[in-house]
Structures are given as C-alpha cells and as structure tokens.
Design a protein around this ligand. Structure first.
Ligand code: XBP
Ligand code: MG
Length: 257
C-alpha cells in the first residue's frame, strides 16, 4: 500500500452523545428523572451529580452504579438486573419522545460535515454506547427520516460486552466496515470515548462538551470546541491551528498526514 492510500480517510466514525448533539444534560438526564418518577422513585439526578455519574457509560450501568453508591437499600430488591432493565426501557421511551418533539439539535458543523463526507464518498459510521433507538431517533429528528440509512455501519448499545472506555464497539464497527483503523478517523467528545477509540488504533478528533471540557485528552489528534462552521469557527483547545475554523474533508485528510 502506498503511503497516500494508507493515510487517506476512508471512513469517519462518529460518537453520538456529546459529539453529534449535546444530549446528556437536557436529554438523557431528564429522561432518567422522568423514568424514576414514573416508577415511584424519589431519585432526582441534578446537573452536577449527573456529571459525576457520566464516568460510568451506559444507562443501565449508570443506574446500577448509582444504586451501589447512593441507594444501597435497593440492592436487596429481587431480580435487580431485570428491574434496572425495565426502568431503563422507560427512560428510553422518555428520551425518544423528547427527540420526537425536536428537543435536541445537532452541534455546530455536524450536519455540514456529514453531508460533505457523503458527497466525497467517504464512509460514515456510528460507534456509541447509547441504545440503538436513541441513535435512529436523533438522526431522524435532525437529519430526516432516511438519514439512518446514510450510515454504512451503526454500532450501538449492548451488541458488544464492554462499553467505552473498552474499545469493543470500535472493533465491532471497523470489522463491519472492513477497514483497518489506519484508514479511519474517530470523532469523540469524552475521555472514555477517546480511550476507546485510541485503544482500537484510531486517530481521534475531540470536540469537547460542557461536561467533558476539563477531561484528559492525551493522545487526541486535535481538541476542538466543536466542528465549527464558516460563520462560527471552532476554537482549537489542543493541537496545531488548522488553516480554517471548520472541520471539512480536507482538514480531516490533513490530520491523517
Ligand atoms: C454515552 C453514554 C450513554 C448515554 C445514555 O456515552 O454513556 O449511556 O449517556 O444512553 P458515549 P443509554 O457518548 O461515550 O457513547 O441510557 O441508552 O445507555
Ligand atoms: Mg460521547
């Protein structure tokens, strides 16, 4: 393989929560709280507590961690795992309803970059910890009914045993893309996501979100405020200043060389 072929970006793998959209504080968090109320629990995850709970990826895993730390009396509940799964299903319903109301927009530059990648015949894929319905719900409510079909691979939720920071979901997606990591690029917003992508051998662009701004992004190719738009350029938080303020195909290609 020639060097150019080796370094060309043939696919971009997008994380979802925090990367495509700012979903956590005003999307997932209220959906968890609505599910707690619906099941008669007096739990309320505030903005700050939720920021701490985000260290645990996966909604079911996050609830389990909360019980361990803050509600240990629930550990005596029989069939605890099934009960958590039921509670989480209610949460997913509330979250998808919020998406259907159009409550969660894409972050700057995301729709533009996705369109440009498609025009350039670069594959696009999703590698996320979140539940599959949440991914299709977000894509449909923001990019249109047929947009899930734009993605060559959507890897989401419980299809792999280890959630991020384990690299399992990235391995799964790369395997289905049939591409080596050297020909792909990941876009992530969190330290857990970055660790997962790096462990799968992927060059990674980080676009920070409010919850992740101060995390450790050692190893990222570049850390940006967001993907930027010509009229609303990004800020470079770590890495070389590119010659423009928005991520496009040319800039992503440059990052690989
Ligand atoms: C996302 C997550 C998810 C969401 C909630 O992490 O950790 O758990 O917070 O989704 P990442 P579910 O962006 O690194 O993939 O409740 O559907 O799990
Ligand atoms: Mg994320």
């Amino acid at each position: 393989m020639k060097k150019d072929e080796k370094s060309a970006v043939r696919a971009v793998l997008f994380d979802v929560d925090g990367t495509l959209a700012d979903t956590e504080r005003d999307g997932h968090r209220p959906a968890f709280n609505a599910a707690f109320r619906e099941l008669g629990l007096d739990w309320e995850w505030g903005v700050e507590l939720y920021g701490e709970l985000l260290a645990i990826t996966g909604g079911k895993e996050r609830i389990r961690h909360f019980i361990d730390k803050h509600a240990p009396a629930e550990l005596a509940r029989s069939g605890l795992d099934d009960w958590i799964a039921r509670l989480h299903k209610v949460k997913t319903r509330h979250y998808v309803e919020a998406l259907e109301r159009g409550g969660i927009p894409l972050r700057p530059g995301v729709a533009r970059l996705i369109r440009q990648l498609r025009e350039a015949n670069i594959k696009i894929a999703i590698a996320t910890t979140t539940t599959p319905e949440n991914v299709t719900g977000l894509l449909k409510s923001t990019l249109g009914e047929d947009s899930p079909g734009w993605f060559d691979v959507i890897g989401a939720g419980d299809i792999v045993p280890g959630k991020k920071p384990e690299p399992d979901i990235y391995h799964w997606v790369l395997d289905r893309l049939g591409l080596p990591p050297e020909q792909c690029l990941a876009i992530e917003d969190s330290e857990n996501g970055l660790r997962a992508a790096l462990a799968a051998g992927l060059d990674t662009v980080v676009t920070v979100s409010d919850y992740t701004r101060f995390q450790d992004f050692t190893g990222a190719r570049v850390v940006l405020s967001d993907l930027g738009e010509p009229a609303q350029p990004f800020t470079v938080l770590k890495g070389d200043q590119p010659n423009r303020g928005w991520a496009d195909v040319e800039l992503l290609m440059k990052l690989k060389t």
